[in-house]
Design a protein around this ligand. Structure first.
Ligand code: HEC
Length: 154
């Protein structure tokens, strides 16, 4: 191909790319929503078994609590990252409230609080079931502390 043809091909691909980009905006917003909801599903997959133990539905197992709390502490700091994309104007279904993108520093602070409590829970497993369950209550309050302000209530 001559240089002129290459330049022409580039121009055409740029032009035809424009409408595709508009359609992509919705796809990108949906992908961001899927990603953040997916992260929180992983969080609850580690959190859930400890709920079962707190309710006496499954036997208390300090090793599982320690491992799961540690995993939650690794996952939670990803929250601000996966919420970076502002989906307020997407019109797509989500439980995320608009305030997230108006108060990102508070949203981050709430992430840090919950993360510290997950680490505290992992540490508390060394002090017996009662201490661990108390620390678990604090972690649950950390999740709720963010949900109260930034997640649509049922
Ligand atoms: C800093 C804020 C924040 C923290 C901390 C937080 N969440 Fe959430 N969570 C949200 C938001 C916002 C949504 C809604 C996301 C959406 O629908 O796009 C959500 C959604 C969820 C969902 C629903 C996911 C789905 O299926 O769509 C679960 C489950 C969940 N959170 C569990 C937890 C648990 C358990 C913790 C604590 C260990 C926690 N969250 C901590 C903000 C937070």
């Amino acid at each position: 191909m001559s240089k002129v043809l290459i330049a022409l091909a580039l121009c055409l691909s740029l032009l035809t790319g424009l409408p595709a980009m508009a359609a992509d905006a919705e796809e990108q917003a949906q992908a961001a929503i899927d990603t953040r909801q997916g992260l929180l599903k992983v969080v609850v997959s580690y959190f859930g078994p400890i709920v079962g133990m707190a309710r006496g539905q499954i036997p208390y197992d300090a090793d599982v609590v320690k491992n799961n709390a540690g995993k939650v502490a690794v996952l939670l700091p990803m929250i601000p990252d996966v919420f970076r994309k502002d989906t307020r104007d997407s019109g797509l279904e989500t439980e995320a409230l608009d305030d997230i993108w108006e108060s990102m520093s508070d949203f981050q602070a709430k992430t840090e609080t919950a993360t510290e409590r997950a680490l505290a829970l992992a540490a508390a497993t060394e002090d017996g079931q009662e201490a661990a369950m108390k620390a678990f209550g604090a972690l649950g309050a950390g999740c709720k502390g963010c949900h109260d302000d930034y997640r649509q209530q049922d």
